[in-house]
Design a binder for this molecule. Structure first.
Ligand SMILES: Cc1ncc(COP(=O)(O)O)c(C=O)c1O
Length: 453
């Protein structure tokens, strides 16, 4: 590391400092995660075999692996260098000065990828394994459009066609995302669509159904199951997805060590849990083993309070009930997600790993309304220059509150957060905020379905 790469504003790593293995937290949990259940027998899945029809075999092996380190293939490392990775760790000095806080604020900046977020870290890996195993078409869903964009770009990189079911609410709010995916060569359908039996059944009931991530997942699964040569890709929730994202946290660890900074608080937003996990998991084992005292804070929307008001139980990952049952914090697969602008946070459940760690008290979560998070995002844009994605505004709201709290108590905390993406295709959301048209939603009563256990 040459000294000029630690600047007043950022810490940059060399390309040969990219982590060469992903970190698998399953090796360091005090007990195995509760197993997925077969939906037909409600017994633990006896073998991962049924998943091979949906996912590339190597990804299924990673899903159930308890190896601590999984080597990143050279082709994926090459793709990471191309993105480019490593991404910078930034110091938010102007935000600190604005808040007049004694706390130091750092953020990992994932918005530098061509797709605009952290999502390519797993999209490239998933496209690579599928290409290697002879998959002829990738099928997926997208909420905010960030994941669909990442997979569309990764399909173009590795030369595999991609089909995306995009949640109707986002499809209408963000035409730019659709154009972006199509420019990279993907096919994009507004979900619920006419393309699947499940989509048609919902459109019959309500032609203007805003859709949800759970519905779009059901459509993508149905599509995959009708084409032997197609495989499904998921942008969050599953263990292997969270594991691919640990390049973010592993780089952050190295960057903080170079600065000789120990994090007191680490924050991120949670849609399905992938950016927050990728950022925090490489630090979590030390907390479980009582070697560090980091406060891991997951930030979500009050409109979709999956961890602050969800139940820790077995539920389906999709709305139609096609996936194995996962033990997770959930609002129920039929939860009506209000059309908030942070489309990536509109998911009824939460990654089993994050759900487990919150349930055991190793992490905590907080929830905010959309007006207050855009207020925080605007302060960030005016001090740091970057216009953060609506999802990322959630942890920025938390960070600002925490830094103000430090001002009151005089604590010189190191607050580190994952800035998961930019909002340059979400400007309509900022327009709604600036012209005071944003509405806040919060469910009064949540009708939980009868869960399995
Ligand atoms: C920029 C950005 N941040 C965060 C998320 C939330 O997803 P996850 O919890 O998987 O990181 C999304 C999802 O689309 C996103 O686009």
């Amino acid at each position: 590391m040459s000294p000029e790469r630690i600047t007043k504003r950022a810490v940059f790593l060399d390309q040969d400092e990219i982590p060469t293995s992903w970190y698998n937290i399953q090796a360091d949990l005090p007990e195995p995660l509760p197993p997925p259940l077969d939906p037909s027998t409600l017994k633990p899945l006896s073998s991962p075999e049924p998943l091979f029809r949906l996912f590339a075999k190597e990804l299924v092996a990673q899903e159930v692996s308890t190896e601590r380190w999984i080597k990143i293939p050279e082709e994926v490392l090459e793709a990471y260098r191309w993105l480019p990775r490593p991404t910078p760790l930034m110091r938010a000095r102007r935000l600190e000065e604005y808040l007049r806080t004694p706390a130091r604020i750092y953020y990992k900046w994932e918005g530098v990828s061509p797709a605009g977020s952290h999502k390519p870290n797993t999209a490239l890996a998933q496209a690579y394994y599928n290409k290697k195993e002879g998959t002829e078409r990738l099928v997926t869903e997208t909420g905010a459009g960030q994941w669909g964009s990442a997979l569309a770009m990764s399909g173009a990189y590795f030369g595999i066609p991609v089909r995306v079911y995009m949640v109707a609410a986002s499809y209408r709010q963000k035409p730019g995302r659709k154009i972006m995916m199509e420019t990279w060569g993907a096919e994009v359908f507004s979900s619920p669509s006419e393309n699947t039996k499940f989509g048609r059944s919902l459109r019959d009931k309500d032609p203007n159904d805003p859709g949800s991530l759970g519905i779009a997942i059901s459509e993508a699964l149905e599509d995959t199951l009708t084409d032997e040569k197609a495989r499904y890709c998921l942008g969050s929730v599953l263990n292997h997805v969270l594991m691919h994202q640990t390049v973010v946290g592993l780089e952050t660890k190295k960057q903080l060590e170079l600065l000789d900074v120990k994090p007191d608080v680490m924050a991120g937003n949670i849609g399905g849990g992938s950016n927050f996990s990728g950022f925090c998991l490489p630090f979590v084992a030390d907390k479980i083993n009582k070697k560090v005292e980091i406060d891991f804070v997951a930030c979500e929307s009050k409109a979709v309070p999956h961890t602050t008001r969800g139940k820790y139980t077995y539920d389906f990952g999709d709305t139609a009930g096609m996936t194995p049952l996962l033990k997770m914090l959930t609002l129920g697969r039929n939860y009506k997600n209000p059309p908030i602008h942070a489309g990536g946070l509109r998911y009824h459940g939460m990654a089993p790993i994050v759900s487990y760690l919150i349930n055991k008290g190793h992490m905590r979560s907080v929830a905010y309304s959309q007006t207050e998070v855009f207020e925080a995002g605007t302060i960030f844009a005016r001090t740091e220059g970057i216009i953060p994605a609506p999802e990322s505004c959630h942890e920025i709201k938390f960070v600002i509150d925490e830094a103000i709290r430090c001002k009151q108590t005089g604590e010189k905390k190191n607050i580190v957060f994952n800035n998961s993406g930019h909002a340059l295709l979400d400007l309509a959301a900022y327009d709604a905020f600036l012209s005071k048209r944003l509405e806040d939603w919060e469910p009064t009563n949540i009708e939980y379905p009868a869960f399995v256990s």
